[in-house]
Ligand binder design. Sequence first.
Ligand SMILES: *[C@@H]1O[C@H](CO)[C@@H](O)[C@H](O)[C@H]1NC(C)=O
Ligand SMILES: *[C@@H]1O[C@H](CO)[C@@H](O)[C@H](O)[C@H]1NC(C)=O
Ligand SMILES: *[C@@H]1O[C@H](CO)[C@@H](O)[C@H](O)[C@H]1NC(C)=O
Ligand SMILES: *[C@@H]1O[C@H](CO)[C@@H](O)[C@H](O)[C@H]1NC(C)=O
Length: 431
Amino acid sequence: MLSASMCMSRYGVSIIIAASVSFLLVLLSFSESFSSSAIDYAHKAQDYLKPASSSDIYNCEDPYRRPGYLYIDPETYKNTRWIPYTNEFLDAETPSYAEYPVKGDVFFNRTEVEPAFLDSTSNPQQWMHRAVAEDERRRKAVSVKKDDQTPEDFVSMKDGGGLDWLWGRRVLIFGDSVDRYMMLFFCEEFGRTIQQPKEHTTATCVIPSLNLTMVHWHFAGSWPGRPEWWWMDDMKEVAFEDRWAKIWAPTLNTSVRGPTGQPDLLMWQNGLWDERALWELGEAHYDVNNTMGQRERQLVWQEIRFVAARMKKFVQRVSAEFKGVPTMFRAITVHRESNARDANIYELDRLSRAIAEHADHETFEWGRLISGFSMLYKDQTHPGKGAGSWLWANMILEYLARSAGVKDEARSPYFNGWDACHSHLTGWGGR
Ligand SMILES: *[C@@H]1O[C@H](CO)[C@@H](O)[C@H](O)[C@H]1NC(C)=O
Ligand SMILES: *[C@@H]1O[C@H](CO)[C@@H](O)[C@H](O)[C@H]1NC(C)=O
Ligand SMILES: *[C@@H]1O[C@H](CO)[C@@H](O)[C@H](O)[C@H]1NC(C)=O
Ligand SMILES: *[C@@H]1O[C@H](CO)[C@@H](O)[C@H](O)[C@H]1NC(C)=O
């Protein structure tokens, strides 16, 4: 079986295999033991390896997982979008300023991206423009005060703005403060904020006009208990098993169940808390002259085995509790100034990608799409509100639309429900 991560290179692989098969045929025809069944077999193999239809596969591409350009409009972050490098782009004519030999002094200006690339039908959709405008329209149409509004006030408008598919949807995120901030910024775009019973527990963003709710369950890393050597004072439970029982489960029936009785989209992530815990552990048990006691180091193999085992258990728990729910691993964000201290973050990211692939989960690449853009951060750890959060918001809605089966002719079958393209998209991403 061809794995989804090879989706793009499928043609290449097919060509190589087809070439090998042809070569085999030539060899066979010269061989003594040549038999018609062998030829038959070779032909079958060739048929099997031919992609069913190139357009099907192309439309199963996740544009956010294609190499591309993060378009940031200097006028407003609300036009931020990902522009995947399509064949039309790669085959485009050479611009005059890239001709050889050079004519005069060539220097570059900020110009608009040509509409053909900016608005290509294969690009992700600008869901946020639509959702924010529709929220404003619906809010203006009711007389109930903003803070008193509930979904009941908007039922009669639920199909407006082409957003019928969004009504009643629930997103559940297992993440850290990076995810919580993104959820907060999302909520703020709709003039709302998040509710938290206490720091580092659960957080909820409710948008009544769309009957859309996002829930954040604060995941504290893979440590299986609360060690003596470190933790935040307000975090009494660290192990996800304990957090699940005491903090998360009580909210399960109130906020995360959408039209199917399950969340419509799940996302998990693990990185910064483990990075910190493993630093603290090293410092508590080794002196500074031992590499184990230093922050600028690679993970050691026991740490890899440890985190792999813990995260595998976590991911299995998620799959068991939320059977069949579209689930994504959110690629990890690094620090604003990311140096050798962050080496283990990259290692944790690669490990999580393998675990996600193994669990049949897809990858939410946001963390990588903004990596290196330290100007989008609000502090050393958290990407801020702006281009990064707008991108995150559009991505969440794009995957939610896919999960809801919103249908889109131009990109069919991509939006025909999660399963329509899922088998092409479970690969680790090759990052
Ligand atoms: C950038 O703008 C300057 C001034 O208008 C112009 O001379 C130059 O050719 C432009 N460069 C390119 C690559 O278009
Ligand atoms: C809002 O969505 C939830 C979850 O999908 C659903 O149970 C509820 O009936 C919806 N509310 C209204 C007023 O339609
Ligand atoms: C949630 O609902 C399910 C099914 O209705 C029930 O079995 C379970 O006990 C409930 N959980 C909580 C924490 O209330
Ligand atoms: C670490 O090594 C330095 C240089 O060799 C030495 O001066 C220092 O005492 C050592 N520190 C510890 C805690 O052993």
